[in-house]
Every structure is written in structure tokens, then in C-alpha cells.
Design a protein around this ligand. Sequence first.
Ligand SMILES: Nc1ncnc2c1ncn2[C@@H]1O[C@H](COP(=O)(O)OP(=O)(O)O)[C@@H](O)[C@H]1O
Ligand SMILES: [Mg+2]
Length: 272
Amino acid sequence: MTVLNQPLPTPRAGIIIACMNQKGGVGKTTSAVNLCGEFAKHNLRVLLIDCDAQGNAATSLGISKRDLQSSTYEIIMGTHRISQAIQPTRRTNFDIIPASERLSGVQVELVDAEDRDYRLAKAIEPVRAHYDIIMLDCPPALGFVSVNALAAANTVLVPLQCEFLALEGIAQLKNIIDRVHGHLNPVLSILGVVMTMYDGRTNLAQQVVDEVRKYFPVHICNVPIPRSVRASEAPSYGQLLSEYDPEGRATVAYAHVAQELLSRLNIRGGNA
Ligand SMILES: Nc1ncnc2c1ncn2[C@@H]1O[C@H](COP(=O)(O)OP(=O)(O)O)[C@@H](O)[C@H]1O
Ligand SMILES: [Mg+2]
């Protein structure tokens, strides 16, 4: 069975979602952060783990990374316990593990390590039951950290930017997901493909969505995330879209996508 028709994980504590696309700037961090915000509003306990050395997830939530002692790097290296690295985001039900620049060295430092592909999975295990959803915001690469994220996850969410050649590189991404599924993590499935930065005024955006729908008929999310200036401004204020622009089109679209993903996962949260 390939990962494309692998059944989704059954609802239980600690669904782990890898938010992944090896292209940079396609909306991984924006999607990971805002979907976590939506899940938390459904009364689900959420942990966002920043797996990108750029560390944009924490900054987007208004969390300073200055003097960061414990981060994703330390938990992958095994020098700190995961409980030391978890921080509150000052939002109900929503915690984060920020990333530091140190994470960029981890691939080299662990090159000969035993179980190198399962470092993140092992680090997460002690807190898995404390959360309903753990989101891994992946780096723009298919290297060591992304393989660790795929080995730790149950399921993958792929943000795709609505642009010419959106699907370029997708064969490579699918190939690595299939390899991890075959060799490291037999339960891995694909949760969804979320179309980002959709500009409804152009024919191109609709053509891209149609093309992606042909490729991922089951996985594409119904509602694309519109391109919005407010969406690009919110991180600089350290705010979620629902805080910065509560009625905005991108905010409403993320709420729809969150709802759709929860129903795919068969998770029923509390009040939205
Ligand atoms: N829907 C959107 N409309 C406009 N700008 C967006 C939207 N989503 C993301 N952006 C902006 O695009 C840039 C890349 O997004 P980001 O989520 O950081 O991508 P990635 O994590 O894949 O590198 C950021 O500046 C972000 O604010
Ligand atoms: Mg990012």
C-alpha cells in the first residue's frame, strides 16, 4: 500500500501532523501556526514544534527567542528533556517548542548516531498523551530534520502555493514520504493538501487548483487560503490571523480548513 491510500490515523491522544513542503515561502509556517490556533479554539490541546532553524513559528506568535535555552535542537540531541523546551504561547491550550539556529547543525552532529531518524519521535513520546494534536513545522528541505518529522508523524499536511509550477517538486516530496512510510513509519498517511496564497482574480490560481485537484483528488482541502496583505502582516505583530484580522478572508479560510482536517481525522473538539 502506498502512502497515498494509507488510512488516516484513528483519533486518540497525540495525533502528530508534519506540515511539509521542501519549497520555502509556500505558507508552511503560516498554516502550521494558524491551524494550531484554530485547533486550540476547538478546545483541543495543541503543541507546535518548530523544526526549522529559522525559528519563524515562535516569532509569528510574539515569542522572543532571545536567550533561548531549550529548543527543538536540544530535544533532538537528547541533552534536554522535552518538558524543559515546552513554552506556553499565552493562548489557551496552545504550547510551543521554538527552534534556534543551532538546529541547522544537527544533521552533521548526528551523522553517525544510532537511531538518527527516530530522535524526534523518541523525544516527543513522553508528552504525546498530554496533547490532542502535535504540529511539526518543517524546514524547506528534505534532509535529516524532515525525515525525523516524517518518522515521528502519523500524517502529513502539504501547503502548496497557488503559483505556476506549484506541483514541481511534489514527486520528490511524495517519494520521500513513500520511503519513510516503507522503511521507518508504516502508519504514515497524507492528511491534506492546503492551497495557499490563492488570488481569485487570476485564471492562473484556478488552473493551479484544478491541476492539484487532479493530482490529489482526495487530499486537496475544499477551501483555498486567499492571498491577503493582513496574512503577511500578522506575524510581524506576533499575532495569529484570528487575533489580527478576526473577520478576514484568510482567517475564515483557515477556520474552514481546520474544521475540515478535524473531520477527516474524526476529531470532535469542543466549542469553536
Ligand atoms: N495567505 C497569505 N497571503 C499573503 N501572504 C502570505 C500568506 N500566507 C503566507 N504569507 C506570507 O508569505 C511568506 C512565506 O510564508 P511562510 O508561512 O513563512 O512560508 P514557509 O514556512 O513555507 O517558508 C511570509 O512572509 C508570509 O507572511
Ligand atoms: Mg517556515
